[in-house]
Design a protein around this ligand. Structure first.
Ligand SMILES: [Zn+2]
Length: 186
């Protein structure tokens, strides 16, 4: 297994719609293991394939560190070719961050409950109704497969507020605790 560098926020791969994965392969299994290792190494709770430069419909996540003791724990999850079937409940604010936008956090309003259909790493299909942080992380990672970032939901004022931090990330000058590749670095 290896830790992969994470692309930062101005990389155009983060703005593309990711392609469906048609079949399983040794390469895919290796990529999944690497993505899980990369996510845990960065203390993240979710990582989508575009964030390591691959525009395919895959993300890994683990909401366990975020959920309360009395909530359902799912452990590490591998999500392939997801479809959000339903969004339910009120839009609630939760503080989000993103491994591609290190140390920038803000409140994002999203529906509380989602119903998702996806394949796991063995390509078995699942349907899951998720709430709380599990729902939140799924929605954030799902957005990555559509080319959407959490910043897109913020007001013009909030976006302007984060501008200096974004500039620092893009310049490649920001010290980040895990390996990244910014456009100006390569
Ligand atoms: Zn993200």
């Amino acid at each position: 297994m290896s830790i992969l560098p994470i692309v930062t926020y101005d990389d155009l791969v983060l703005r593309k719609e990711a392609e469906e994965i048609e079949e399983n392969s040794d390469e895919l299994q290796e990529l999944i293991d690497d993505m899980l290792e990369t996510m845990y190494n960065a203390d993240g709770v979710g990582l989508a394939a575009p964030q390591i430069g691959k525009s395919i419909q895959l993300f890994v996540m683990d909401s366990d560190p975020m959920v309360e003791d009395d909530e359902v724990k799912y452990g590490p999850m591998v999500v392939i070719n997801p479809i959000i079937l339903e969004k339910k409940g009120d839009k609630v604010p939760m503080e989000e961050g993103c491994l591609s936008i290190p140390e920038v956090n803000d409140k994002v309003f999203r529906p509380e409950v989602i119903v998702i259909e996806y394949s796991d790493r063995e390509f078995n299909k699942h349907r899951l109704e998720a709430v709380g942080w599990t729902s939140r992380i799924i929605q954030h990672e799902y957005d990555h497969l559509k080319g959407v970032l959490f910043l897109d939901y913020l007001s013009a004022f909030k976006k302007r507020m984060h501008k200096p931090a974004l500039k620092e990330i893009n310049s490649g000058e920001k010290k980040i605790k895990y390996p990244v590749v910014s456009k100006n670095n390569n």
